[in-house]
Design a protein around this ligand. Structure first.
Ligand code: NAG
Ligand code: NAG
Length: 272
């Protein structure tokens, strides 16, 4: 009996999140602003003056690798924020973010990654992308294991947050997190520092999501330490790619914002 339970537990430890995004998520808000397309394989979130919209995964996870294909609103998207993130709930929450800050037609989106651990965040890293994220779907991935968090775009690493609990930096490894995707009004900060607001005459603003894939452990269930993503880090070639992205596309890193941290950088920014 014990063995059978053990085996069952292993089976349920993994989510079979797959081709059909719509069966793996619930509506978070704005139900009438969400469309299910392509037989459940795609979800379209929209934002207009009356509401934005959002979805959340049915499962709560502790560690995993989470892929989502996203296509952003084309043309004028200034003032909008489109997101894809993991988050726990409550006051000392953990959160791993991709946020896409819209822009006027012809001007580039900014992609921002952020990490909150035990309620503390403000670890923004910002990028321009090396492609037009409104033209086609691209894959945005959050890897989250006990050692590190890596954000990837089309399998290219863009930012890394290492577990530095040893030097007193809280690391997300206790609270279960759900996947969320939303589109909302960020007029007060998103575009050119909040100076460009949403032009509602351009609404609805639309973001399309598909191929949500959670290769992940469900919170509270047995999690096999042997899953390949459990020990995943960057190999030599990926380290080169990370450098390439940081050199050519990164426009802001909190870890080098001297004005913001005149009395020294946060501990996770220091080398070892
Ligand atoms: C959008 O956000 C801005 C800035 O916070 C706010 O002033 C405005 O009322 C919001 N508009 C709508 C329709 O929610
Ligand atoms: C929008 O375009 C302007 C001008 O090219 C640029 O400075 C800014 O970083 C872009 N992105 C956002 C989200 O403001």
């Amino acid at each position: 009996m014990a063995i059978l339970l053990y085996i069952l537990n292993i089976c349920f430890a993994f989510t079979l999140a797959s081709a059909s995004i719509s069966t793996n998520v619930d509506i978070l808000y704005g139900a009438d602003h969400i469309k299910v397309l392509d037989h459940g394989r795609e979800m379209q979130l929209s934002l207009d003056q009356s509401s934005g919209s959002g979805i959340q995964s049915k499962n709560e996870y502790l560690f995993g690798k989470f892929d989502m294909k996203i296509k952003l609103n084309p043309k004028d998207s200034a003032g909008t924020v489109t997101s894809y993130y993991l988050s726990s709930q409550g006051s000392n929450h953990d959160e791993l973010d991709f946020e896409f800050l819209g822009n006027l037609s012809g001007s580039p989106y900014i992609m921002q990654t952020n990490v909150f651990s035990n309620g503390g965040g403000n670890r923004e890293v910002k990028f321009f992308l090396w492609f037009d994220p409104t033209e086609a779907f691209h894959t945005y991935t959050v890897l989250w294991n006990p050692h590190r968090i890596i954000f990837y775009v089309d399998s290219i690493p863009v930012s890394v947050f290492k577990n530095k609990e040893k030097v007193g930096v809280p690391y997300p490894n206790k609270q279960g997190m759900r996947m969320y995707s939303t589109i909302w009004n960020g007029s007060n900060w998103a575009t050119r520092g909040g100076t460009v607001k949403i032009d509602w005459s351009k609404a609805p603003f639309i973001a399309n999501y598909r191929s949500y894939w959670a290769n992940a452990c469900v919170f509270g269930k047995y999690c096999p330490p042997t899953s390949p993503w459990m020990g995943e880090g960057l190999n030599g070639n990926q380290k080169k790619l990370l450098k390439w992205v940081r050199k050519h596309y990164m426009i802001y890193d909190y870890c080098s914002d001297i004005k913001r941290f005149p009395r020294g950088f946060p501990r996770e920014c220091l080398r070892n």
